[in-house]
Design a protein around this ligand. Structure first.
Ligand SMILES: Cc1cc2nc3c(=O)[nH]c(=O)nc-3n(C[C@H](O)[C@H](O)[C@H](O)COP(=O)(O)O)c2cc1C
Length: 213
């Protein structure tokens, strides 16, 4: 057992700044991310909480150009479908949004879960098997905050076909796709979400999402 650190007011103030400046990033410099930094980030993602300590996340670091092109092809197809489903008044704005950094992000990580991991003994997921996916999302968020703290950006791409993704990346057939993450140095850090800057949606005030009972 080690001695727990003391997180002082200065730290919590900086943590609040980190929360405010963490962004979903779609515009990257192509400059490589240092290997030790990536190793560190991936290790810290795996310290996330998980149901029953099941650690169901499975990470595929996608480096091969032909695999990256296969992912881009899936994205182009899914994005065209998504665009065609937009109501007329939003179609133009949707078309102008940049919804992935797949072309330029130097690091790309596909996140899957093993839906029946040998770890965790089934604890906590009998009535809610979806807690396995929630656990993977927490690993992603841990990675996201860790990346932001190091001046890196992360963009979550979900405009993808999960079955096609598993095929394109040749992962075990029973894994379930959760997310595709683009990571790299951001072009324009901001404390306002890009979709808010583009006029797509606004951040809701706490009162809109909080009930008292
Ligand atoms: C589950 C999930 C899926 C997302 N999928 C996409 C996506 O496919 N493309 C995209 O540009 N952003 C995607 N995002 C990012 C959101 O658009 C972004 O988090 C939101 O606009 C708030 O901006 P912020 O993260 O910079 O605060 C996704 C975020 C989450 C949590």
């Amino acid at each position: 057992m080690s001695t727990p650190p003391i997180f002082d007011e200065r730290f919590t103030g900086e943590l609040a700044e980190l929360f405010a400046w963490r962004r979903d990033v779609r515009h990257f410099h192509t400059r490589a991310v240092e290997t030790a930094m990536m190793d560190d980030l991936l290790a810290s993602a795996c310290r996330a909480p998980s149901v029953g300590l099941s650690q169901p996340w499975r990470l595929a670091r996608v480096r091969q150009e032909e695999r990256r092109e296969a992912v881009r092809a899936i994205y182009r197809r899914c994005n065209a479908d998504a665009q065609s489903l937009q109501p007329a008044e939003r179609a133009g704005l949707y078309a102008r949004l940049k919804l992935s950094g797949l072309e330029e992000a130097p690091e790309q990580i596909a996140v899957f879960i093993d839906p029946d991991p040998a770890t965790g003994g089934g604890l906590g997921r009998a009535t809610m098997p979806e807690t396995l996916a929630y656990s993977a999302v927490l690993a992603i968020h841990t990675l996201w905050l860790g990346a932001s703290a190091r001046g890196l950006g992360l963009g979550w791409v979900s405009i993808l076909d999960p079955v096609a993704m598993a095929g394109a990346l040749d992962v075990p057939a029973h894994w379930r796709f959760v997310a595709y993450l683009c990571i790299g140095y951001p072009r324009e850090p901001s404390d306002v979400p890009e979709l808010e800057r583009a006029g797509w949606e606004r951040r809701a005030p706490l009162a809109d999402v909080l009930l008292e009972r």
